[in-house]
Write a protein that binds this ligand. Structure first.
Ligand code: 5GP
Ligand code: ZN
Length: 114
């Protein structure tokens, strides 16, 4: 997608501090971290949000979740845990319309969200 911010990161038009990349997934640090650990995983396929997932994306999303687990451990969250978040559309607080999984850790995170 031409004007999508995360597609622009994927094309290298906007720099990002990458953690992991393969043929279908990119992980990078959030530019405005909300916790000591805060990174995002995105599919390289432009999917606007979780609401647009289809059955053909099932295995991709399974791999993305397992990669999130692996990277959360790598980033030091294995013992104390982390929060894995998909913000979706307006009520979910989504600001970038390219599906992304937030991984936040390194401190206690309260619940419920405000
Ligand atoms: P959302 O609010 O859509 O769930 O999350 C979008 C996230 O993308 C936010 O946490 C925001 O800080 C992050 N973000 C926005 N623009 C950029 C950018 O140019 N680079 C990086 N690394 N993160 C960004
Ligand atoms: Zn995109």
């Amino acid at each position: 997608m031409k004007d999508c911010l995360f597609c622009r990161i994927l094309r290298g038009e906007i720099p990002a501090r990458k953690i992991y990349e393969d043929g279908e997934i990119l992980a990078f640090h959030d530019v405005n971290p909300q916790a000591p650990v805060h990174f995002l995983l995105i599919p390289k396929k432009h999917i606007p949000s979780l609401m647009e997932l289809s059955a053909e994306d099932a295995s991709l999303m399974g791999r993305l979740l397992f990669k999130a687990q692996e990277l959360a451990i790598q980033e030091g969250c294995g013992e104390m845990g982390a929060r894995f978040v998909f913000n979706c559309r307006a009520h979910g607080g989504q600001t970038v319309d390219h599906l992304h999984l937030h991984v936040l850790g390194g401190r206690f995170l309260s619940w419920p969200p405000g």
